[in-house]
Design a protein around this ligand. Structure first.
Ligand code: NAP
Length: 260
């Protein structure tokens, strides 16, 4: 984000129909920005956009579908110079290793990695066009801090977010020469419909509104890595610095507890 605190920006936000994306759409619109919001559920997008009719427009699409994305490309072009693309759409499917099913892994990778990569088919040319006019352009990818530790049942989700973070950081290297900023957001647990399904303790969980405020603040400060809440992300960093044999023992013990 050049700086959402300064002048109004044109923002494309995916995964805006619930949870973090919805809260972020409201946070950014509340700060005066214009948004084009994407998700698969038109009703939910309409409800959101109705709160900010002057600033929000909807573009429903399944981000795993190239055709859906092509269908909304003209809408993105009509919206005006794209200052920021926030690719947040995602899912979290957990594996039950007793009934191993590769479809769980496929679902996580398809939505979180392929869906994000495909969204870039339409976001990148739009951001490049903005840069060509000498204006700042920012790509924001919502990943997760979950993959920093090998949590049981998170094989598919963790693998997808590890891949997504690598994808984003590698893009950051390639796009630096063009002056396109790439920001990675790595939340800990956030209370949303996604985590409402979880049946295990979620330490340091924060609200979606709190997450949205932290993302906006990070973008305004010009951070390229936005990770929160610190209590959670620092704990994971410290654990991750331990020898692998210790990490493995802790992960196995935690996985057994989750099964109990
Ligand atoms: N909640 C957490 O604790 C947490 C922690 C770390 C990272 N994250 C990440 O934050 C992002 C948002 O998660 P959330 O917790 O806010 O979940 P959520 O409430 O379930 O929201 C997910 C959003 O993604 C959209 N979406 C999912 N699949 C899509 C697809 N194929 N095409 C288009 N849109 C799609 C959903 O909209 P439709 O259903 O309308 O398509 C919805 O708007 C995800 O990337 C998630 O991995 C969440």
């Amino acid at each position: 984000m050049s700086s959402p605190g300064s002048e109004p920006q044109n923002i494309w936000l995916t995964g805006a129909s619930s949870g973090i994306g919805k809260a972020l759409a409201e946070e950014l619109a509340g700060a005066g920005h214009r948004l084009i919001v994407t998700g698969r559920r038109q009703d939910a997008l309409d409800q959101l956009a109705a709160t900010y009719p002057e600033q929000m427009t909807t573009a429903a699409a399944d981000t795993t579908s190239r055709q859906d994305l092509e269908n909304i490309r003209p809408q993105l072009a009509r919206f005006g110079d794209l200052d920021i693309a926030i690719l947040n759409a995602g899912t979290c499917e957990y594996l039950d290793v007793a009934h191993y099913d590769s479809q769980v892994v496929e679902a996580d990778i398809t939505t979180n990695v392929i869906g994000t990569a495909r969204s870039l088919d339409i976001a990148l040319p739009a951001l490049r066009a903005t840069r060509a006019k000498g204006k700042p352009a920012t790509l924001v990818i919502v990943s997760s801090s979950a993959w920093w530790f090998p949590f049981g049942r998170a094989e598919g989700y963790g693998a997808s977010k590890a891949a997504l973070t690598y994808f984003a950081q590698s893009l950051r290297a390639d796009l630096a020469a063009e002056g396109i900023r790439v920001v990675v957001v790595s939340p800990g647990f956030v209370k949303t419909p996604l985590t409402d399904r979880n049946d295990f303790p979620m330490p340091f969980i924060i609200s979606a509104e709190d997450a949205a405020r932290r993302i906006r603040a990070g973008l305004e400060k010009g951070k390229n890595e936005i990770a929160f809440p610190k209590r959670f992300t620092w704990s994971l960093k410290v654990l991750g610095a331990l020898p692998q044999s210790i990490i493995d023992r802790m992960a196995a013990s935690l996985a057994r507890k989750t099964d109990d």
